[in-house]
Ligand binder design. Structure first.
Ligand code: UFG
Length: 331
């Protein structure tokens, strides 16, 4: 079975390529290198001992997508490609709507033309908005998203639901990720955000390595275990395996699964675990809450276990160790 992985050199895409290759799928990668580096391809080949075909194309160019489908007998698509920085999306909404929506529509139109109807979409827990309960189940409504990035995820979910309603020979799986962190244990691939990181784990690593002075913890007066924000952190390798299971086991129709551990961890708990596991100090100060943040959210991952046979296997300690290993391997 041949799978087209869009954004296959990015953080989650690259780890998914590794797991797909381990499960003996044939893989074609398309990536415009906007937020990724070409040398990831060699690293993927080193980890897996396999070669991958890479198209350095932009999905906003429909003719280029057609070329890929003409040259390869694609059976299924896993769609990671897209802009993903929350703050940037607030500053540049048109860029986010235009890129994320046009690329996805182009891809779906070409798939339809070539009668390829198996699609796995990289969605996010952000579509729950401000959930009524911290534990999110898939049957909860999509909420009011708080930024254009999140809105593109919710809009694409809706587009896919409408597409399925129009033609139920499609097999569509929406995977709602919680907070992906960690890195491959080889230290060869991981997350490389541009500039000063916005997300907690990359920021912790910059502080631990002395590249940034201290972590700002956004609020310690939330109604949580220690007052700091609680999230469900998922090791990127576990997340990648969830995609393989979705390709292998998702039933016919349109499916939605949370991919998370089911366990909430506070900012302070994560900082303390990182310090303990890696024997490093992470300096921090408490500052005001960050606008748009919610107190607590975590996945109910039971549907993914029941229908896909997937659950997380790695611990928060594994996450901290592998992330730090990648940071140091990078130098
Ligand atoms: N935090 C800090 N200091 C920082 C960064 C984050 O205290 O420097 C805190 C936040 O307040 C929050 C927690 O750490 O409590 C996690 O924050 P992240 O920015 O790492 O992640 P978010 O949960 O805010 O957002 C993530 C992804 C989004 C996605 C969302 C889905 O970054 O892409 O989860 O729920 F949309």
């Amino acid at each position: 079975m041949k799978i087209l992985v869009t954004g296959g050199l990015g953080f989650i895409g690259s780890h998914t390529v590794v797991e797909l290759a381990k499960a003996n799928f044939e893989i074609v990668i398309v990536d415009n290198l906007y937020n990724s580096k070409e040398d990831v391809l060699e690293k993927l080949e080193k980890i897996t001992g396999k070669k991958f075909k890479l198209y350095k194309y932009d999905l906003c160019n429909k003719e280029k997508i057609e070329e890929i489908f003409k040259e390869n007998q694609i059976d299924a698509v896993i769609h990671f490609a897209g802009y993903k920085a929350v703050g940037e999306s607030v500053r540049e909404p048109l860029m986010y709507y235009s890129n994320n929506l046009i690329s996805t529509l182009n891809l779906l139109e070409v798939m339809k033309k070539y009668n390829v109807k198996k699609f796995v979409f990289s969605s996010s827990a952000t579509v729950y908005g401000e959930p009524k309960t911290p534990k999110c189940t898939e049957n909860m409504n999509r909420g009011e998203t708080t930024n254009p990035y999140g809105t593109t995820k919710a809009m694409i979910e809706k587009i896919l639901e409408d597409l399925y309603a129009s033609d139920n020979s499609w097999n569509i799986t929406l995977l709602r990720y919680f907070n992906p962190v960690g890195a491959h244990e080889s230290g060869l691939i991981g997350e490389e955000p541009n500039g000063i990181p916005n997300n907690l784990m990359p920021y912790i690593m910059k502080v631990a390595s002395g590249k940034l002075e201290k972590l700002n913890i956004f609020g310690n007066d939330y109604p949580t275990i220690d007052g700091t924000g609680v999230r469900d952190y998922i090791h990127v390798v576990d997340l990648a395996k969830g995609h393989v299971k979705a390709i292998q086991n998702a039933p016919d129709g349109l499916n939605i699964y949370n991919l998370g551990s089911g366990k909430g961890i506070s900012v302070l708990e994560l900082v303390t675990t990182f310090e303990k596991v890696n024997n490093v100090k992470v300096n921090y100060q408490i500052v005001d809450r960050r606008p748009g943040d919610i107190a607590e959210n975590y996945a109910d991952p039971s549907e993914a276990l029941k229908e896909l046979g997937w659950k997380t296997e790695k611990s928060i300690e594994d996450i901290c160790r592998d992330a730090w290993n990648y940071e140091n391997a990078e130098g």
